[in-house]
Design a binder for this molecule. Structure first.
Ligand code: ADP
Ligand code: MG
Length: 546
C-alpha cells in the first residue's frame, strides 16, 4: 500500500506533498479518499494534481498502476461548479477512454472519490443501449466517461452537449491511438468550447500523441514517472521455457502450485483466448474469456464474475484487458509473449495493484527466448528464469493445501459441532480411514485419482503398444465407460475389445488405444458428437517424470 517506498524518479515541476491536505482540496473529497484507503498521493498524483488545479494543460506519463485516475480525477472533482448543487445540466468534464471496461472502471473510481461531494458520473460506451444513455444524459450529469465512438455518436445526435465542458481528459491516449480513435478524438476536441483544459495521460508517448498535444493543448506541463522502475518494485517477474504444445499443461501446473487469488491470462489472439479458456474449463478450472467478439453484456458479466471471484481465471486479449484494475489479481500469466516492451508493461501492470505484491509469469517457447530478452532490456526490468514444477510438486502443493485447510478448521474450532458424528463413526472405522475418507470427499474423485496417478506413475508410459488419448468428456456429461467404448468403436470402426483402459474423470477422460490405431481414432472421434456434446480428442501429454 505504500507508494513512497518505490524507487521512483520524478521529473517535472515537483513539490513534495506528503498528504492530500497539502493540495488544498475540499474536505469532502479528502474524506472520500480516506474511505477508499488512499492515505498519501502517489508520485504521479503529487506531480499532476497541483498543476491541474491551477488550470494548466497536462501531459502525464506514467506506467499502469501508478494512480493516474486519481491524478486527473481529483482535480476534476474539485472543478465542479458551485452553482450545481444537485447535478449539472451539461457535463462540466469529459473523460475519454479506449475501452468500455475502462470507461466503467474510471467512472466507478470517480464516483467513489466524488461520493461525498455528490458528483454524478456517467459511463457512456458502445454496446450499451443508447436509449438508456440518452435518458441518463437528460437527467443531467457532472462528468461523462466514455469511448470516443459512442461519445461522438451522442454529440452528433445532439443528446450530449459539450458547451459547458471545461475539462477534457484523454486517458490511455496511446491505446486510443492504437485503436484508431484519433479522428474521433479530434472531432470531439473540436466540439469543446474555446476555453478548456486538456489533461492527457498515457503510458507511452508516441509521436502522434505529442502531435495532438502540440496542436490541441496550451503550453502543456509535462509530468512523468520514469518508466520501467515502477513495475520492478512490486512485481516478481519470471519466465518458463516450454514447448508450444506443453503450454496448457504448464499453465495448469502453475495455477495448481502457485494457488493464485485471481489470475489474468493473456493471449495473443481471440482464437487463442477461446482455446485456452475452453481447455481450462474442460479441465475443471473456473475460467472465463474476455475479448472484443463478445457482446457487451457478456463482457460485463465476465468482469463481474472475475471481480467477485466467481471465476478465478480470466483469459483475455491485450485490448480487452487494457487498463483494468482488479485489486486481487495476484498473477498475470503471459500465455503468449507480448509483442513489445510496452505491451509487457501494460500486461504485468494488471497485478501488483495499489502496492500489493504481484507475480508476472511469461511462457516462452525456445525460439522466443531472444525476444523476451529484448523486452527485458527495453523495459529496463529483470525477468528470471524458473523451472516448471514437477508432477510431484503439484501433488505436494495440493496435499499441503488440504492439510493446511484442515488445520485451519481445527484452529477455528468450528468443527466441534460435528464431534458426535465423529464419535459414532469412530465406533465403526479407524481414525485413519475416517480422516482419509473425509479428505477424499473434499478433493473429489478426479483429483484423488490424479494424485494417485502421479504417485504410482500409472500413466507415465501407459500400456506397452498403446497410445494414451485425452478426451474432453467426462462423468459430468453423464457418460459411462461403456458409452465411451461403444461410441469410439462405432465412430472409428474398430472392435470394442481393442480399446484399452479408460479413466473417466469429471470433465475429461483418458483412453488407451493400440498405437497404430491412435490416429484413426483421433481422426474419427475428434469433433464428433457424443451424448449431445461435441468432443475433442488428442494424444495425452506425457506427465513429467516424478
Ligand atoms: P493507472 O491508471 O495509473 O493504471 P489506477 O488509477 O487504476 O492506475 O490506480 C491503480 C490502483 O491504485 C487503483 O486500485 C487505485 O484505487 C489505487 N490508488 C490510486 N491512488 C492511490 C493512493 N494515493 N493511495 C492508495 N491507492 C491508490
Ligand atoms: Mg488508468
Amino acid at each position: 500500500m505504500d507508494f513512497k517506498e518505490n524507487p521512483l524518479k520524478l521529473k517535472g515541476d515537483l513539490l513534495v506533498h506528503t498528504n492530500f491536505h497539502d493540495f488544498g482540496i475540499s474536505d469532502k473529497v479528502i474524506m472520500s479518499l480516506s474511505e477508499m484507503g488512499f492515505e498519501a498521493p502517489t508520485p504521479i498524483q503529487t506531480a499532476a494534481i497541483p498543476q491541474a488545479l491551477k488550470g494548466k494543460d497536462i501531459i502525464g506519463q506514467a506506467q499502469t498502476g501508478t494512480g493516474k485516475t486519481a491524478a486527473f480525477g481529483i482535480p476534476l472533482l474539485e472543478q465542479r461548479p458551485d452553482f450545481a448543487p444537485a447535478r449539472s445540466r451539461y457535463p462540466y468534464a469529459l473523460v475519454l477512454t479506449p475501452t468500455r471496461e475502462l470507461a466503467v472502471q474510471v467512472c466507478e473510481e470517480l464516483g467513489k472519490m466524488g461520493a461525498r461531494a455528490g458528483v454524478v458520473c456517467l459511463p457512456v460506451y458502445g454496446g450499451q443501449s443508447i436509449e438508456l444513455q440518452i435518458k441518463n444524459l437528460k437527467r443531467g450529469v457532472d462528468i461523462v466517461v466514455g469511448t470516443p465512438g459512442r461519445l461522438l455518436d451522442h454529440i452528433q445526435r445532439k443528446t450530449l452537449s459539450l458547451k459547458e465542458t471545461k475539462t477534457i481528459v484523454l486517458d490511455e491516449a496511446d491505446e486510443m491511438l492504437n485503436m484508431g480513435f484519433i479522428e474521433d478524438i479530434k472531432k470531439i476536441l473540436s466540439e469543446l468550447p474555446e476555453e478548456h483544459q486538456t489533461l492527457l495521460f498515457s503510458a507511452t508517448m508516441p509521436r502522434e500523441i505529442l502531435a495532438i498535444a502540440k496542436t490541441h493543448m496550451k503550453k502543456p506541463v509535462q509530468v512523468s514517472v520514469d518508466a520501467g522502475q515502477m513495475v520492478v518494485a512490486k512485481i516478481k517477474q519470471v519466465f518458463y521455457e516450454v514447448r508450444e504444445e506443453d503450454k496448457i499443461k504448464a499453465l495448469t501446473r502453475l495455477i495448481d502450485v502457485e494457488g493464485p487469488a485471481l489470475t489474468l491470462v493473456f493471449c495473443h489472439t481471440k482464437k487463442e483466448v477461446d482455446d485456452v479458456s475452453g481447455k481450462l474449463q474442460q479441465m475443471g478450472y473456473p475460467a472465463g474469456a474476455l475479448h472484443g467478439d463478445f457482446t457487451q453484456s457478456h463482457r460485463d458479466e465476465m468482469m463481474r464474475k472475475f471481480k467477485s471471484g466467481d471465476i478465478d481465471i480470466l483469459v483475455a486479449t491485450d485490448v480487452a484487458a487494457r487498463g483494468l484494475d482488479v485489486p486481487d489479481v495476484s498473477h498475470v500469466i503471459n500465455f503468449s509473449i507480448p509483442q513489445d516492451p510496452e505491451g509487457y508493461i501494460h500486461r504485468i501492470g494488471r497485478t501488483g495493484r495499489a502496492g500489493k505484491p504481484g507475480i508476472a509469469i511469461t511462457l516462452v517457447n525456445p525460439r522466443q527466448y531472444r525476444h523476451l530478452r529484448l523486452i527485458e532490456q527495453s523495459a529496463k526490468t529483470r525477468i528470471m528464469k524458473e523451472k516448471l514444477p514437477t508432477g510431484a510438486e503439484v501433488k505436494k502443493a495440493r496435499e499441503d493445501d488440504l492439510a493446511a485447510g484442515l488445520e485451519e478448521v481445527i484452529a477455528e474450532g468450528k468443527h466441534a459441532a460435528l464431534y458426535h458424528l465423529a464419535d459414532s463413526l469412530l465406533e465403526k472405522h479407524s481414525p485413519r480411514d475416517l480422516a482419509a475418507a473425509a479428505m477424499h470427499m473434499m478433493l473429489g474423485e478426479a483429483e484423488v485419482e490424479e494424485i494417485e496417478e502421479v504417485r504410482t506413475g500409472f500413466y507415465e508410459g501407459g500400456k506397452k503398444g498403446f497410445a494414451r488419448l485425452f478426451m474432453t468428456v467426462g462423468r459430468k456429461d453423464k457418460i459411462r465407460v461403456e458409452d465411451l467404448i461403444r461410441s469410439i468403436a462405432a465412430e472409428a470402426n474398430i472392435p470394442a475389445r481393442n480399446i484399452g483402459n479408460i479413466a473417466l474423470y469429471d470433465t475429461f477422460s483418458f483412453i488407451e488405444v493400440p498405437s497404430d490405431l491412435a490416429d484413426r481414432v483421433i481422426g474419427a472421434v475428434n469433433d464428433s458428437i457424443i451424448k449431445g456434446r461435441k468432443v475433442k480428442i488428442g494424444h495425452a501429454k506425457k506427465r513429467k517424470q516424478v
